[in-house]
Design a protein around this ligand. Structure first.
Ligand code: ATP
Ligand code: MG
Ligand code: MG
Ligand code: MG
Length: 578
């Protein structure tokens, strides 16, 4: 039981100027967080209570599913990342943590980085610790801070630079085992979001740079979400729009010369080309597409198409080769070996990876673009790389348009689209990391195999804010019971009256015995101020005690999500609340 006057709930009348969305405004106004700098927040006492409740629910559900908790360092030797498969792709978002004053400040590569996620730490750990099939399967998780130098931190905790994530990593003997682990995690996520009291829907997702085989995201439907979910009410089909277009390149695109501006954002190993479809796949007719090609050593690579209708964001996200003109399917067909008119994904392997060493891998793709369109006024020349020799295109997939208005791939009803907040993500990774770090095990025949991995994330702090985005009204937050910072708020309008103070305490004790967390508003404030604050901080059950009510022998009880106020005889109050 806490007394407001002894606790710290700094509520505000005004929203901060940088808060654009309701949940961000309420986070600050209700005194849950305070900003240090862009994307960096202090959890104030009330906010911390909710964060801890969400954390605990997550821990219970994961423990229940058989996952094992541990805690890994957040400062990672850059070496681990350099050895891993995505150093080039991930370094942009990683904070560097160099030794101060060791003379290496000017080195292009940091000595340490702050962990944006932990595959590069856990895979070598498991390689060292597990070598027999008898020790598999295992699934390890932690609930801890992650660091990502987001280009555009915004919306409070939604896209922060430092945030709390549950991240888990499963290790199995084979793909079938990994699918079992994946299924268990999906069930644990569903149980977690249900207990938290937020509606989150599992949708098919793009595996992107992680390069795994399949993936789901958990989305909280909300207008302010950064993702587009394509869904069908009839069949239940739901996919992230990124997935709907991932790995799929419209046939009618051309690759054009980089500009000085786009070169600034070029990342070695990540190819950035702009493509424009004849028929836009995005909402805006002049929609830009980011096409990222991840080339990891001798690993297969996939062309990933990402749509963005926000040019500014697209530029920052390293989009930017300008469109010259649309190419025709006939132009593309010969090099891709596809039927004219078909659309598809480029899949291939780097046949001689050493030949690509030291050059931007995007030269390879520029060549495809070049060969595809013949539009090479601008010298996409090869140093010493020969696409035909060094880059083997092995596949040209089918294009399946999945967008709003199109028929659902399962039932044919028109698809719909809406925005969503990604609160969780699950992947089957395959052996990408275990190959890289040689995380192998020996089977019962003494044969060595790479472990098959899965990885899983829940944005704990983002979930906190998504709960508010989903649960609020014009007066403030409406917390679900399970994650409310307190469940019962006892508003004592006359704290100087001994009778009122005693009753508040008695009711508080009864409510606590029944398992609720109790806050007593004992401040010497006007009732209007107390009620406004009560609505703002959104405690589910409010009990109001006042001198006038006591004279009539009643206290008032009100649920935050209901309008009605019930009058209860004082004698019954404690048992009623309990
Ligand atoms: P997004 O698409 O929003 O950038 P992500 O796909 O990069 O997220 P993951 O790598 O899948 O994120 O991380 C797992 C979870 O961590 C996400 O589902 C999300 O809930 C949360 N998360 C990711 N980035 C942030 C961030 N900058 N601030 C708060 N939570 C985040
Ligand atoms: Mg991200
Ligand atoms: Mg995402
Ligand atoms: Mg994700």
């Amino acid at each position: 039981m806490k007394y407001w006057s002894q606790f710290f709930v700094p509520t505000l009348k005004e929203s901060p100027a940088d808060a654009e969305i309701a949940s961000h405004k309420l986070l600050v106004r209700a005194g849950l967080v305070r900003k240090l700098s862009g994307g960096l927040y202090t959890y104030m006492p009330l906010g911390l209570r909710t964060l801890q409740k969400i954390t605990q629910i997550c821990r219970e559900e994961l423990d229940e599913s058989g996952a094992i908790e541990l805690w890994m360092p957040h400062v990672h030797p850059a070496e681990n990342w350099q050895k891993g498969p995505r150093w080039n792709a991930a370094r942009e978002i990683m904070f560097r943590a160099d030794h101060a004053g060791d003379g290496k400040k000017s080195s292009p590569d940091p000595e340490f980085v702050l962990g944006p996620t932990h595959e590069e730490v856990i895979t070598p750990l498991i390689k060292a610790e597990i070598s027999s099939y008898r020790d598999l399967p295992k699934n390890f998780y932690q609930i801890a801070t992650k660091f990502r130098n987001e280009i555009r931190p915004r919306y409070g905790l939604m896209r922060a630079r430092e945030f709390v994530m549950m991240d888990a990593y499963s290790f199995d003997a084979n793909e079938a085992g990994a699918e079992v682990a994946y299924g268990k995690m999906k069930a644990a996520y569903e149980a977690f979001f249900k207990r938290v009291g937020v509606l989150a829907i599992a949708v098919e997702a793009d595996t992107g740079v992680m390069g795994g085989s399949f993936s789901h995201e958990f989305m909280v439907p909300a207008e302010v979400g950064d993702d587009d979910v394509i869904y069908c009410e009839t069949s239940g089909y739901a996919a992230n729009r990124e997935k709907a277009t991932s790995g799929l390149v419209p046939a009618d695109f051309v690759v054009a010369a980089p500009t000085a501006e786009t070169e600034k954002f070029a990342t070695p190993g990540v190819v950035t080309i702009a493509a424009l479809a004849k028929e836009p796949y995005s909402v805006a007719p002049d929609a830009q597409f980011k096409t990222l090609v991840y080339v990891g050593d001798d690993k297969p690579f996939l062309v990933i198409l990402r749509g963005s209708d926000d040019l500014e964001e697209a530029k920052l996200g390293a989009l930017g080769y300008t469109l010259v003109r649309p190419a025709t399917p006939e132009e593309i067909a010969p090099i891709m070996g596809a039927k004219p008119g078909s659309l598809g994904a480029v899949k291939g392997t780097i046949a001689q990876p050493d030949k690509l060493d030291g050059i931007y891998a995007d030269n390879a793709i520029k060549l495809i673009g070049n060969g595809t369109t013949g539009a090479n006024e601008d010298g996409f020349h090869l140093r010493n790389v020969n696409v035909e020799r060094d880059l083997a295109i092995t596949g040209w997939g089918d294009f399946r348009t999945v967008k709003a208005g199109e028929p659902c791939p399962l039932c044919g009803e028109p698809l719909k689209s809406r925005r969503g907040i990604e609160v969780g993500h699950i992947f089957i990774l395959g052996t990408k990391y275990s190959d890289c770090f040689e995380a192998t095990y020996m089977d019962d025949q003494k044969q060595t195999h790479p472990m098959v991995m899965g990885c899983y994330g829940i944005g704990i702090s983002r979930t906190l804010q998504a709960v508010i985005e989903q649960g609020h009204d014009q007066d403030g937050i409406v917390w679900p019971w399970a994650v409310a910072p307190f469940q019962v708020l006892i508003c004592n309008l006359d704290p100087q009256l001994a009778e009122a103070a005693d009753l508040a305490k008695a009711i508080g004790v009864a409510a606590e015995l029944a398992g609720a967390d109790v806050l007593i508003d004992d401040r010497a404030e006007r009732p209007g101020v107390k009620f406004k604050d009560a609505d703002l901080i959104g405690i589910p059950l409010r009990v109001t005690i006042g001198g006038r009510g006591l004279k009539n022998g009643i206290v008032e009880v009100k649920w935050r999500h209901e309008k009605d106020v019930a009058s209860i005889p004082v004698a019954e109050a404690a048992s009623h609340i309990a």
